[in-house]
Write a protein of this length. Sequence first.
Length: 482
Amino acid sequence: MGSTSAHKNEGLGRRDVIKRSAALGLISVPTMGFLSACASSDSSGDKKVEKGKATKANPLGVNETAPLEVVIFDGGFGQQYAIDAEKKYNAAFPKAPKVKHVATQKIQSQLQPRFNGGTPPDLIDNSGAEQMDMGVLVGKKQLLDLTPLMDAPSIDDPSKKVRDTLRPGVLEMGQFDGDPVWIMYYAYTVYGVWYSQTALEKLDAQYPETWDDMLALCAKAKKQGIAGWTYAGKYPYYLPFSLYPFIAKIGGREVLDKIDNLEPNAWKDPAVKAAFEAYYELYQKGYILKGTPGLTHIQSQTEWTKGKALFIPNGSWVENEAAPTTPKDFKMMVAPPSGLDSSDKLPFGTIWASGGEPFIVPANAKNPEGGMEQLRIMLSEESSKNFTKQVKSLSAFNGGTDGLTLSTAMQSGVDSLKKAGDNVVNPRMQDWYVKLQKEQIGVAGIGEMMAGRATPAEAIKKIQAFADAAAKDQSIKHYKHQ
């Protein structure tokens, strides 16, 4: 993400005229108590299977008769893409039992006892609301280093290592300190402001590139009985999907680096204040869909696809997740955040895109080579195309779209990446400090502000206190941009 040097942001234009006032409240979310429980796990239980012989066809040395267990998060991407890849594993190792496939939305609840007992599955799609804190897992040495996978020959071209087939930034996302690769982010997610091109056309409007234009469009929509925005009110950590790149656009990517690094007063940067005040203005002017703070991600997406709101902050999994309620003529699109004013440090087009859907192989897995081999299969062109075709999302494999007809949503994501060029940001807060990002910054900070129960100044003060406490907490491992 670049330099972490401080940057002064003076003369922020229209942002200085916005004044705020409200009362403070609190929302709660499920505890992340599992994270500390991980620390106490041991290596008891069944032992690892004996490693097989490494060959050209089996470069990772998978035991050809050993069972393999895969746990998939059954969310926006479903599970069929994983089942299809598991069939290829079964074909490659016919002497092994059929892959044991488990799909769940309760990743933390179901896997906590198994991590504690030292008997985790061999491969886990660690995603969803009950995602395990990967910063803690790495810090407590609960994960296997995936470097052997990265250095293994790729399925499609043995002269290329797996690491050389990945999209830019994917491998680096799996690294926390130095060279080891702890996580394989399988999806390639474009985050931003999602909308229906059809809805904008009905308003004779285009996507607004400035905040003044955004407010004007929201006002126009309100007169037609349409809200400007909605969001996952019960999970307001979705808001940063557009808010974080908005902050970077205003003040430069170094502002996000300081936030990720837990630097003192990082949240007091003028760019953060300006972005919070702009978003708070959506609440003040009544441009947020009524009842939004009480909606889940699915409910807010459903209201959006029904045409009750123009915009929703989200990631590119939303196309597949919202498919059951999306009209055929919806023309789903994604765009980067609108700019604030002419003093912005980065151009319109600045967007957040990075690896998503994190896969991990536990350090205590019985068949870790099998877990890595399953990922190697998934990172083939055939499996990647199957994933893209099924779930309408790019994968970490750098390609896999040739010959495919892309939906408007996917095409807009590809176009957004092209427009952004080098102005792609990748905040690490959500994988370095999950509790801080979700419960504290998201729910207790930004969520309270957007519900009108805290002013921007109050939210910033509260979030800065959370960040300072995390920085001083010696029980968690701290990370910094290199």
